[in-house]
Design a protein around this ligand. Structure first.
Ligand code: FMN
Length: 378
């Protein structure tokens, strides 16, 4: 057992009991330990690469993925952790989100606030995309020693809160840096609830499909997608709070503009709706976090929305004749074989996870992917 496997096991046993501590202490403990844990995790590799049976391999956009699951954006914000993911048998590796300008993210109480609700399989964060910028992370990704079946992806965003021509130019410049760094796919993050300018695409907010977002997507299509000199799929990540009735319009725009996929999705701010999925003993902690920071909810409460949105998108795609290869990716509450099976039954081949990764790591350590994929093929 490696050190982080051991720490994670102990911590998982303690977690359900420490929810009785004062809430600000808990936010402090979780925010700091998350950061420190990831820093150690990326250097604490399994002794041997974990093998995932060949039958789980997937080819999307002519790229081979070792299996249909990999880390969601935000876990390896600085371009660290590729070797860890490849050795654990992840289907791919996703770095970022990065922006053109270096960002310190949101700070309150001297923290990038994050909290877990262990009994609910959920978490909240109000980090606000801290990152070192496209150029530094592109430089790191260019130096990665690639392993078979673990393609490299990068999550990017335009500089939040800025909506001028220079912002878009800088975003394209960043995407070109990643193009030159040799990444295999790009995910455009349009849905972080913790920064200005990103939208939820709910029915109260139809504007997210008009004006700014559509302009930005058109600009990217004209200035990046149509100029790609090699295979480099670009997918858009939207919120799990997206209204299902907007899906046809979303897919129509994305496919017309020649994007390659959509990911449902990001954390949610539908606090009242998701509160019912938080256990009674953790509701007060949830209320504390929402009141003090706001933030986005992740984990089990998103399971149903991510599945419904992905399923609706796949069904709509099937009803259309679309010339380019376009895939739906599911993120939100994915944590078990049953979830992967539900995705697969809904026609979703690729999943990402964040909150569920840590819970599975505490149980299975570096064998977390093989536990989900070994004994059956989806
Ligand atoms: C601490 C934390 C940081 C995150 N940072 C990012 C980010 O930088 N970019 C992004 O697109 N999503 C980010 N997310 C959202 C996740 O990528 C994912 O969409 C969300 O957590 C739902 O998946 P899950 O239920 O498996 O956690 C973050 C989530 C958490 C909990």
């Amino acid at each position: 057992m490696t050190t982080t496997e051991f720490i994670s096991k102990i911590e998982a046993r303690l977690r359900p009991f420490i929810t009785t501590l004062p809430p600000l202490w808990l936010v402090r403990i979780y925010s700091n330990s998350r950061r420190i844990f990831i820093r150690h995790l990326v250097n604490d590799l399994p002794a041997e690469p974990v093998r995932i049976p060949e039958a789980n391999r997937i080819k999307l956009w002519d790229i081979e993925f070792g299996c249909g699951l990999f880390n969601a954006a935000g876990m390896f914000k600085y371009g660290e952790g590729y070797e860890l993911c490849a050795m654990q048998g992840a289907g791919a590796y996703l770095a970022g989100t990065t922006t053109s300008k270096k960002r310190n993210g949101n700070r309150k109480d001297t923290l990038h606030p994050f909290i877990a609700y262990p009994n609910s399989g959920a978490a909240s964060n109000w980090m606000g995309l801290p990152n070192k910028g496209h150029s530094i992370v592109a430089g790191r990704l260019a130096k990665i020693e690639r392993k078979p079946l673990c393609p490299v992806g990068i999550s990017v965003s335009a500089d939040p809160g800025e909506s001028n021509y220079d912002t878009l130019k800088n975003l394209i410049a960043g995407m070109n840096q990643y193009y030159l760094a040799g990444v295999d796919f790009i995910e455009l993050n349009e849905s972080c609830p913790n920064v200005p300018g990103h939208k939820q695409c709910d029915t109260n907010n139809k504007s997210c499909l008009e004006d700014e977002l559509v302009d930005r997507l058109e600009y990217i299509s004209n200035n990046f997608l149509s100029k790609r000199g090699r295979n480099l799929p670009v997918i858009i990540k939207l919120s799990t709070g997206t209204a299902p009735e907007l899906i046809p319009a979303i897919i129509d725009i994305l496919t017309t503009l020649k994007f390659d996929g959509v990911n449902f999705g990001n954390t949610s701010t539908k606090y009242e709706y998701h509160k019912s999925s938080i256990t009674d003993e953790e509701k007060w902690l949830f209320d504390f976090f929402v009141k003090r920071y706001g933030g986005g909810i992740s984990g089990r409460p998103l399971k149903e929305s991510s599945l419904n949105l992905s399923k609706t998108a796949v069904e709509y795609l099937k009803s259309q004749s679309i010339s380019n290869e376009f895939h739906v990716i599911r993120t939100g509450g994915v944590e078990s074989r049953a979830d992967l099976k539900e995705s697969s039954d809904a026609g979703v081949q690729m999943n990402q996870w964040f909150t569920g990764y840590f819970d599975n790591f505490s149980r299975f350590g570096h064998r977390l992917y093989s536990e989900l994929f070994n004994s059956h093929v989806l």
